[in-house]
Write a protein that binds this ligand. Structure first.
Ligand code: DQA
Length: 152
């Protein structure tokens, strides 16, 4: 490990989350990802933390991002792997390598939706999961990692 910044919180968003605000607003709300990241940055700063946002539509880029975090260290990860939540063994395995808090989030309640969304592959290797509170899930996850980091 070459660098450890315990105050760095990586917020990783997977496919189609760059379309938040336009995409199925009845399911995902009207806030854009920029709105969410801006709100998180303000809240993080007040808590003495720094948010590092990342979004990609490509599975391997999430894997490589997690490898980078494994190598450099960080305070925590907030992860919405979106559709890859339900399909990606590779992302699950990369999450499993980390020994920092990883909070899985979903805007929609994945357990109230189609059966194929009920299974989360990383669910049993993350610290915890927050699902179904719309864009508030990111804020709730930040509060959780803030408490974990400041307690540790
Ligand atoms: C999602 C839920 C997933 O099932 C879906 O594929 C997404 C977003 C959510 O935040 O509710 O793209 O992760």
């Amino acid at each position: 490990m070459t660098e450890t910044r315990k105050t760095s919180i990586h917020v990783i968003n997977g496919p189609n989350l760059d379309m938040l605000g336009k995409r199925e607003p009845h399911v995902y709300g009207t806030q854009t990802l920029d709105d969410i990241n801006t709100d998180l940055a303000v809240r993080a700063k007040k808590a003495g933390l720094e948010v590092i946002p990342f979004q990609t539509n490509h599975e391997g880029e999430i894997v490589e991002k997690l490898h980078g975090i494994f190598t450099t260290g960080a305070g925590a990860v907030i992860l919405n792997a979106a559709a890859y939540t339900h399909t990606s063994v590779a992302i699950r395995d990369a999450v499993s390598m980390l020994d920092i808090p990883v909070i899985e989030v979903h805007l929609s309640n994945i357990y109230k939706r189609e059966a194929f969304r009920h299974k989360s592959l990383p669910a049993d290797v993350v610290t915890g999961q927050i699902t179904g509170f719309g864009s508030q899930v990111y804020r709730l996850a930040l509060e959780a990692v803030r408490d974990l980091i400041h307690a540790g």
